[in-house]
Design a protein around this ligand. Structure first.
Ligand code: KMH
Ligand code: ZN
Length: 276
């Protein structure tokens, strides 16, 4: 399964002109990435000035537009930017995505702190269960795996019954983007869990190759990587998905369709339902 994370909250449009920041740009990127082999999209939105936003109306419009234009599994970020308040991050679920990210602990994030205290994790997790939204557990460090396992032990399985995680490596302050770190974290996951791996910046390729070699799935995109090769900026998100799909083919593990991803994750089929 290839997930594309096309935008993120950290990069300015002025620093990467191909970064999709309007709804039209996001939908165009999503379509191109679907054609290139993506099955899921991890979404951060921006406001009219291209600043990171958790505006509830924009989030609902985004989910509807992506559902209309693509078959991708739509995952909204509940991480937002490091400046977003907890209440707004919880309210992301009101947009009724198929899936949402759920980060399992606080982590230094460059010079900032990405806050995910235990009570916030519990609140977010219980809301995903109530709303029938499949969480993707974002694990930036080995301790986050421990916290996720504790969450599952205390509060039961996620909606859909299947545990899917993303090992986010290479954030300055989190686990490094190395094969060793990916394997250590993957081995600590509960039996039956599936995982994708993300390598920020230059760790993108080694981490993707590790995941492909060891049964993991892939997350790529301009949220995580802005340089395609040394000295060569990324052209657009589809370029990163195309490369991931090529690597997957070469590894004998061709990209999963979005239908297969829906089946794997057990997402509730909301296509055809309006958002209240
Ligand atoms: N932008 C980061 C602070 C997520 O989407 O859940 C958090 C992040 C993780 O990107
Ligand atoms: Zn994100």
């Amino acid at each position: 399964m290839i997930t594309v994370a096309p935008t993120g909250a950290e990069t300015a449009k002025s620093d990467a002109s191909a970064l999709p920041v309007t709804l039209e740009e996001l939908v165009a990127a999503a379509r191109a990435c679907e054609t290139a082999g993506a099955a899921m999209i991890h979404v951060h939105i921006r406001d009219e000035a291209a600043r990171p936003s958790l505006d509830p109306v924009r989030l609902k419009d985004t989910v509807s537009a992506l559902r209309e234009a693509t078959t991708l599994v739509v995952q909204l970020s509940t991480g937002g930017s490091v400046h977003d308040p907890f209440e707004q991050r919880l309210a992301v679920l009101d947009a009724e995505p198929d899936s949402c990210s759920l980060t399992c602990g606080t982590v230094n994030f460059g010079g900032d702190v990405f806050l995910n205290p235990w009570p916030f994790m519990i609140e977010l997790y219980q809301r995903t269960q109530e709303r029938q939204i499949v969480p993707e557990f974002e694990l930036f460090d080995l301790g986050h795996v421990t916290a996720m396992n504790r969450l599952l032990d205390k509060y039961g399985p996620p909606y859909g019954g299947h545990v899917h995680c993303d090992l986010v490596t290479g954030v300055p302050g989190g686990m490094p983007g190395t094969a060793e770190a990916v394997m250590t974290a993957a081995h600590a996951l509960p039996a039956g869990a599936t995982w994708s791996a993300t390598g920020i910046g230059r760790s993108s390729l080694p981490v993707a190759l590790t995941a492909l070699a060891t049964g993991g799935h892939l997350r790529v995109g301009m949220e995580d990587t802005l340089t395609f090769a040394p000295g060569e900026p990324v052209r657009d998100n589809a370029q990163l998905v195309e490369r991931a799909a090529r690597l997957a083919e070469l590894s004998g593990r061709p990209p999963m369709s979005s239908d297969d991803a829906r089946h794997l994750l057990n997402v509730r089929d909301r296509r055809g339902e309006g958002v209240a």
